[in-house]
Design a protein around this ligand. Structure first.
Ligand code: ADP
Ligand code: MG
Length: 393
């Protein structure tokens, strides 16, 4: 997938409308983590060097089409101004009178940020008139918000009807790396899947079965597969309406000779709680009144062996309830294993990325995707509307 990028466009003295994903965690007006902002700095700095006029727009939280003052992007303008060491203008609307006035008067190299796109119901409705009013702010459009690319919204898709649309550097890297895993994976190619949302992820397994050599399954995801194989899971989280599909996928894997490694042991407890009393049991011996909350030690070792030989690894979803230290052990061990592995490692998914970042080993990983849902849909072979809408090379 080759999309035009900001390098392919003349941007000097032009008004460049850039969709970013500054959807940072906020508490009482304070930004708890600005990673998402840092990731877009290369694009902003490049545009500054090219002496463009840079107009940034993002969503923040879920205000659901109304003005929620606590979700204003104004504090983000302030933080960005600190990061860039220069003033960042703030426009209190999106395509209205104020943003038009501010952007009209901008000088080359200046940066402005618009108010929260999701204060307008038209954003998520992909309303053409709203998209057109956004487009009227710029001469060209850049999408650097991979995390929002799976949504056809006015700022990700609608706007591209009216302006030449290209990828920013973050978007470019995400597309490049994720395409590599689908189009040209190195073998052995190992896919690790965990997390909770089996129903949402089965299509990803289906797509990756065509390419992978190994599929390692943990987390609540594994419970459904184990149940499909006839094990008694006690009171574990199981998606009972997906058992038939899980069984089909296991059969399919066998047909195409993908080795599926399911947990052979799990950490169980009587309740879903940080302090619950826990023990490791083999999957044949899960007590009726207990639930599986992490992969066990033998499973960790089995996973480690496969990971050590891998030349490419894709990982989505934590392997246990990593929010509780006691049930984060399996996930953490596998983070260590992939960080030490010789192969290229790509990690995607809101929770698994949080789990990796908690360990402090993020820097040892080839690519940590900024898109949870977007990376999943990409790996599942779906066309992302925000990517499809960009100009081809
Ligand atoms: P990601 O965001 O990485 O795609 P998901 O959102 O699918 O991952 O799943 C993350 C959630 O799965 C976490 O909140 C975690 O506690 C939960 N989880 C993982 N393993 C289990 C398990 N064995 N039982 C219940 N919940 C689990
Ligand atoms: Mg999640």
């Amino acid at each position: 997938m080759d999309k035009k990028t900001i390098r392919d466009l003349e941007v000097t003295e032009k008004k460049v409308l850039v969709r970013v994903d500054f959807n940072v965690p906020l508490k009482d007006g304070k930004i708890l983590n600005d990673t998402r902002m840092l990731k877009v700095l290369p694009t902003i700095k490049y545009l500054q060097e090219q002496r463009a006029k840079i107009i940034l727009m993002t969503h923040l939280g879920r205000p659901k089409g109304t003005v929620v003052p606590e979700m204003s992007t104004k504090p983000l303008a302030l933080r960005l101004s600190g990061l860039l060491e220069q003033e960042v203008l703030f426009a209190a609307d999106c395509g209205g009178a104020e943003s038009h006035k501010i952007t009209r008067e901008m000088r080359a190299g200046q940066v402005a940020l618009l108010e929260n796109l999701r204060f307008y119901p038209e954003e998520e409705e992909n309303d053409p008139a709203f998209a057109k009013s956004l487009a009227a702010l710029g001469d060209v459009y850049v999408n650097d918000a991979f995390g929002s690319a799976h949504r056809a919204h006015a700022s990700t898709e609608g706007v591209t009807q009216y302006l030449p649309a290209v990828a920013g550097f973050l978007m470019e890297k995400e597309i490049y790396v994720l395409s590599q895993t689908l189009e040209n994976p190195r073998h052995p190619f190992v896919v690790i899947l965990g997390g909770a949302k089996v129903a949402d992820k089965l299509f990803v397994i289906e797509n990756l079965l065509k390419r992978a050599d190994y599929l390692l399954i943990g987390g609540a995801m594994a419970n459904t597969f184990l149940k499909a194989q006839g094990y008694d899971l006690g009171i574990s989280k199981v998606e009972t309406d997906k058992l038939a599909l899980a069984e089909q996928l296991l059969e399919q894997a066998q047909k195409v000779r993908v080795k599926v490694v399911l947990p052979q042991d799990v950490v169980v407890a009587k309740e879903f709680a940080a302090e619950a009393e826990a023990k490791v049991v083999s999957v044949q011996d899960i007590p009726k009144e207990m639930m599986a909350l992490d992969i066990g030690t033998a499973t960790v070792q089995a996973f480690e062996q496969v990971i050590a030989q891998a030349r490419m690894i894709v990982w989505n979803g934590p392997l246990g309830v990593y929010e509780f230290a006691q049930f984060a052990v399996g996930t953490n061990k596998i983070v260590e294993a992939v960080a030490a592995a010789p192969g290229k490692v790509v990690v995607g998914g809101g929770d698994v990325v949080a789990a990796v970042e908690k360990t402090g080993l993020g820097a040892k990983i080839y690519h940590i995707s900024t898109g949870g849902g977007a990376s999943l849909e990409f790996l599942g072979g779906k066309v992302l509307p925000g990517v499809a809408a960009l100009l081809d090379k």
